[in-house]
Write a protein that binds this ligand. Structure first.
Ligand code: CA
Length: 240
């Protein structure tokens, strides 16, 4: 079996399941993972809200009946925070529960599904909501190579969770290499892509910036794990 844990990979999106019943969240998680989603689970509202504040999700699947904070309360808190107001929410309800309120403007779930449901039906709803809300999956903006995470939208690079201070050029250089993982890129190609129309650059410029970049992202710049040299040719990104 092929492991993808440390490879560069693109997920369809990150979904948080908030549900206290193990059988149900396991069933949902299994089916979402099979579809290529990255799955997170919270069994109560408090930890769910903490995760939502800390992480980026493309969607929350929220059970209505939860201990302490109900799904409706959680949904209201999500909607009232400007950072998360647009986060798509699908509510899980039991038959006859307060569906009007679930979908009401005030609470604003994007959709709901009644238990018991088939995984296929849930996946279809999720895809429909993601299409409708039109959010680009978070993971497509992020290159995750194990300890090194490159966020293409915020321009933040972290190593083991610690943000690195890269210059704009270093960031462009890193992204260019990382997006072409495993491909050997010669200096001219890197120059064209990263420095574009700048006049006063020469192939040696690439080497200088690679060295600086390694100082930032590599634990041991002389024995790099990510940016490898192909002698006489150029460089390549090794994500393992
Ligand atoms: Ca429940």
């Amino acid at each position: 079996m092929k492991s993808v844990g440390n490879d560069l990979f693109i997920m369809k999106g990150r979904i948080l399941i908030v549900e206290d019943e193990k059988d149900i969240y396991e069933l949902i998680a299994y089916n979402l993972k099979k579809e290529g989603f990255e799955v997170f689970i919270s069994a109560d509202g408090e930890s769910a809200l903490q995760l939502i504040r800390k992480e980026k999700f493309n969607m929350v699947i929220l059970d209505l009946m939860l201990p302490v904070l109900s799904g409706l309360e959680i949904c209201r808190i999500i909607r009232s925070n400007p950072d998360t107001a647009a986060l798509p929410v699908i509510m899980l309800t039991a038959k006859g529960e307060e569906i009007d309120r679930v979908l009401g403007l005030e609470m604003g779930a994007d959709d709901y599904i009644t238990k018991p449901f088939s995984p296929r039906e849930l996946i279809a709803r999720i895809k429909a909501v993601l299409r409708r809300t039109g959010e680009q999956p978070v993971s497509e903006r992020i290159i995750d190579s194990g300890d090194l995470i490159i966020n293409k939208e915020t321009y933040i690079v972290t190593r083991r969770g610690q943000p690195l201070k890269l210059s704009a050029t270093e960031f462009k250089l890193l992204l260019f290499l990382a997006e072409r993982k495993g491909k050997i890129l010669d200096r001219d190609r890197i120059l064209d892509a990263v420095w574009r129309n700048e006049v006063f650059v020469e192939p040696r410029t690439v080497d200088v910036h690679i060295r600086r970049l390694r100082m930032q992202i590599e634990e041991d710049p002389d024995n790099p794990r990510y940016i490898k040299t192909m002698r006489g040719v150029g460089y390549y990104f090794d994500g393992k």
